[in-house]
Every structure is written in C-alpha cells, then in structure tokens.
Write a protein that binds this ligand. Structure first.
Ligand SMILES: *Cc1c(COP(=O)(O)O)cnc(C)c1O
Ligand SMILES: [Zn+2]
Length: 557
C-alpha cells in the first residue's frame, strides 16, 4: 500500500493507514473515511509533473489511493474532451456551455473512473473478488476492468436495468444477480452477500477509492477550462466553472468534485468550488424535495417512479447532508426534470449538437434548459455538464412513429442490368411529397435564422424556408403560401410591420398565421399596428418554451 496518503475519519478525525477491507474508523467505528495526501509538497511539484504527462486520469496519480502510476489494467480512462455546446448555448443565451464528454470512456460512462481506480487499488492489495450493486453503468464498468485484472465480480442489479445492459455485464464474465426490488433493496442484498463472504463491496460514497476516483473529473475540467479560457484573473492559476451540472442518483460524482476542489484549493490552484446544479428525475427526487423545504436531511422515496433506472436511488442518506452543507456555503441548487422533459432534451442535444446521450444524461440537459430559462444560470456563467452514459438501443417510445421512411423499389430497378428507371425516381419522389407543415423564417440576422431552423428541426418534421428581409418575405409568402411565418419585426428597409400590413391586405396571403418575434419592448404605437393582425408576439430567444411549441402545433392544426 502507498505510504504517502492516509485515511481520516470524517466523524472523529482519527487518522489511520488505508486498507481496502478495513472500512471503519478504528476509534469510533464510523464508515466515513476520507483520503488525505501531502498537499504541501504536491502544491510545488505537481504543476511541473503535469506538464509532462499524457491526458488520462493517471496524470493525477499522486492524488489517488494507488502507488502504481499507470496500472496495467488501464484502457485510457479519463482524459475525455470538453465539448463546447455552441448552438444549444445560443438558444439558451449561455455563451460558455460545455459538455464533458464522458461517453468517450472505455465503457461509455464516467463510472470507468471509479472502476479503474478501485480495481487498481484491489489489485495492489492482492484481492481477487468483489461485489457491486448497480443500476447498470457501474456494473458494466466494473465488469470490464475486473475482467482485465482477473478479478471475479458479483454484480447485483435491479430488475429495472435494461436487459441489454445485463447482457453486457455477463459478456465480461461477471456473475449477474438480478434482484426483484428497488435499487436500495438491491444494495442491501449485495451488502449482506459481501459481508457473509468477506468480500470487498463498493459502497459508493462510503468507499474511499470511489470518491477519490471522481476527483479526476474535476481536475480535468479545471485544466481544460484554463487552457481554453485562460487563467481566471483571481490570482489563482486554475479555473473553476461557475456551475457543475449533473444528473444525480447517489451523487458520488458531485461528492468527488467537491473533494477535488478542496484539494485544489489547499494546494493554492483554485479560489473556490463551483456551484452545483444537481438534477434528479421527478419520479425519484428525494434530494430536490428536501432542498425545497430547506431540510438538511432527505426523506427517502420508497417507490421510485421513473423509467430512468440509472437515477433510481431513493435513499440518499448522509450524502445529501454532506452536499447540503457544501451547497449552502458555496451555492447551487437541486431541481427535477420529468421523463418527458428528458426525452425532449435528448432530441435537442442530438439534433442540435450531434451528441446522443442516455436518458439519465438527458435529465441533466433538461435541468440546464430549465435553470437557464429561470435566470438561475446567467449568460456569462461557465457551465460544465457531466455528460455521461451509453447510447442505448433507442427505445421506440422516444421516437414516436414518424421517424422512418421507406422506399419500395420497382421490379426493374432491382435488376442490376436495367438502367435507372422512371420507376425508381417515382419511388424516391414519394419521399418528398408527403405533406409536412411548411414554416417560413424571416430574420435579417443569419445566425438567428440558422438557430431557429435547428430548433424547429429538433422539434419535429417541417419544411422550412428562409427570407432575410421584408421584400423577400412578401415574395416568399405569395409564392409558397407557408402554413406559418415566424417574423422578426426589426429589419432594415421593409420591416416586419410593413410585411404584416402587406400580407394582410392581400387576400391570397391574408390568412397565413404569423408569430412576430421582437428583441425589444414595443411602443404603444407599434402594439397598435400589430393588434388583431398576428397570432402571437414572442420575445426573441424564447424559442424553446413549451408555450411556443403548443402555439405552433395549434396554428398548424
Ligand atoms: C451513475 C450515473 C449518474 C448518477 O451519478 P451519481 O453521481 O452517482 O449520482 C448519472 N448519469 C449517468 C449516465 C450515470 O451513469
Ligand atoms: Zn472515527
């Protein structure tokens, strides 16, 4: 075991040597042990060391409970990209919105950090078997690293875990045990099994290597933000994001992130921890309920009601209290998103940014959309979403029934000898003729048009035309008779008011519904000019409100 760190009791402060099988304080019996390193010497040597090292989580090995700097089980975990969400950020008026792409870990979630570090610890201690309870992703990550280390894994999963995930765990050679009960009950079964056999059990927040592993996420984020945006100008060399955002179940991620910022602060690298935006699934949100009531302890949710198995921890226990204390001191909020809001966020992120995530991560994105709209997140805030998770086989309820188009080839086109026939182009033509609502976007500002087009495309199937000034808009309306016009009022020369008056005066275009968009408050005279002539007036930038969507649906019939 490494000598240069110790385990300290959170309750009585006693310091003892770390042993993965001795999970209690020798003095008071508490299971809450935390790692302490030699921060003073690390503060001077770490900056130079980091400059020479590759970008994987092992670059921080002096701050991990291992002695081996690059264990043989490594598969390149950590070191994931920090992606700028430009379009989504424009839509939400958040200039610095980032996605820490934890999908790019070996088994596609940030649980690979936990599994890689813990399995390395067990290997150094000579252990050959372990137990984990999981809502899916933890067990997959452990199964992969346990296979690499030759460690036998007993994986207890709830029956909510999708069958594909169970099969993936089994493929790695782990023993899968399905428990028909909630996640909290599954954890109890796994704990009893581990106790009877004297095996190492990952106990989440109570397992020292688990919390330590999650720190690496924060170390990377701060290094990446500093490289991208420069030093923060506070006298500290590393940047802290304004917000760390994550969908939470047991909230190990945020606990590890706080631990990381405590250490970075002790070493003089950062000023303070970020604010946390922690999002739970509405059907299983014990922390959100407690936070809203200002309570320091969370009431368990006995029967989670969410389709999102990954987020089904109903009993947060002491983790909530630990977070409550930190968030009361450093800022942050808990909020909930429904399964439906998550599904919508999943579509938006995939269609606007090319990033496909599992429902649990979509919950985090839905949370950001909410907090941005509520003004809790501000335009200049630097926001990082812990974007993790497998892309599962997409369940059909997420797509509805209009996602697939088919082409039936005529007999002759199937024959390789025959030339491209009339029949083939007729078959392809059917792809274009099915009628979809036609929306015209009128705005003199190109980025605004592109953004609106993306938003509409992410919401459904529309034919979209664009015009960049009032004259073009009038010509377009006369030529194409769109089903709806989204019209910017403030344009040079022929402005939106004139377009409306012209279209309303012409019987051929008088009936076309118009949603007017404006960036500024209107004068009484301007309001009078619009009165009775448009269906709705929207402030610019509020494109994604449910209200606008309902409006569009209603107008399109
Ligand atoms: C594990 C997991 C979470 C929840 O993480 P905690 O920090 O343990 O609450 C969220 N999203 C995904 C995709 C996960 O795999
Ligand atoms: Zn103690």
């Amino acid at each position: 075991m490494p000598e240069d760190f110790v385990a300290q009791c959170l309750d009585c402060g006693h310091v003892q040597a770390f042993d993965p099988l001795k999970t209690r304080c020798r003095v008071c019996g508490s299971v809450w042990l935390t790692a302490r390193y030699d921060y003073e010497s690390l503060s001077t040597i770490l900056p130079t060391l980091l400059r020479q090292r590759p970008f994987t989580l092992w670059r921080y090995h002096e701050l991990l409970p291992v002695s081996e700097p690059q264990p043989a089980i490594s598969m390149g975990e950590g070191g994931t990209p920090l992606l700028h969400l430009r379009r989504l950020g424009m839509m939400l008026k958040l200039e610095h919105l980032y996605f820490k792409d934890e999908r790019q870990n070996p088994t596609s979630s940030f649980k690979d950090r936990q599994a890689a570090v813990t399995i390395a610890v067990l290997q150094e201690a000579g252990l050959t078997e372990m137990v984990v309870a999981s809502t899916g992703n933890v067990a997959i990550a452990y199964a992969a690293y346990a296979a690499r280390a030759g460690i036998k894994l007993w994986a207890f999963v709830t029956s909510l875990v999708p069958a594909e995930k169970m099969r993936e765990i089994a493929l790695y050679g782990a023993q899968v045990i399905k428990v028909s009960g909630t996640y909290d009950e599954t954890k109890q079964v796994a704990a009893e099994f581990a106790r009877q056999r004297g095996l190492y059990l990952d106990q989440g927040a109570k397992s020292l290597p688990t919390v330590e592993s999650m720190k690496t996420l924060a170390f990377e984020i701060s290094e990446q933000l500093t490289e991208r945006l420069g030093a923060p100008g506070t006298g500290f060399p590393w940047r802290t994001p304004t917000w760390f955002v994550q969908a939470v179940s047991g909230a190990l991620g945020p606990l590890g992130v706080y631990k990381a910022y405590d250490e970075l602060h002790q070493m003089g690298f950062v000023e303070r921890p970020p604010q946390m935006a922690l999002i739970q699934s509405e059907g299983c949100a014990p922390m959100v309920h407690a936070w809203r009531q200002g309570a320091r302890e969370a009431e368990p949710v006995r029967k989670p009601r969410t389709r999102i198995a990954t987020l089904a921890t109903g009993t947060p226990g002491r983790v909530y209290t630990l977070l409550y204390d930190r968030m009361s001191a450093y800022g942050g909020t808990f909020t909930a998103a429904s399964d439906e809001e998550a599904a919508r966020a999943m579509h938006i992120l995939a269609k606007m940014e090319g990033i496909s995530v599992e429902p649990a991560t979509a919950v985090a994105v839905a949370g950001v959309i909410k907090l941005a709209r509520e003004g809790v997140m501000k335009p200049d805030d630097v926001i990082v979403i812990n974007g993790t998770g497998h892309t599962l086989p997409i369940e059909s309820h997420l797509l509805g029934n209009r996602w697939l188009k088919s082409v039936s080839l005529p007999q002759s086109a199937r024959n390789a000898e025959a030339p491209l026939s009339e029949g083939l182009s007729a078959a392809l033509h059917t792809l274009q003729t099915r009628s979809v609502p036609h929306i015209a976007i009128v705005d003199d500002h190109e980025p605004a048009r592109i953004l609106l087009r993306r938003v509409l495309q992410s919401l459904g199937e529309f034919t979209i035309s664009e015009a960049s000034n009032g004259r073009e808009a009038i010509a377009l309306a006369r030529r194409e008779h769109p089903d709806l016009i989204l019209l910017d009022l403030m344009m040079p020369e022929t402005d939106g008011f004139e377009v409306i008056e012209t279209l309303r005066a012409d019987p051929a275009t008088a009936h076309i519904p118009i949603i007017a968009v404006t960036a500024k408050a209107l004068t009484p005279e301007e309001r009078r000019r619009l009165s009775g002539r448009i269906e709705k007036l929207m402030p610019k930038g509020e494109f994604l409100t449910d209200e606008l969507l309902d409006e569009i649906r209603a107008l399109l019939g």
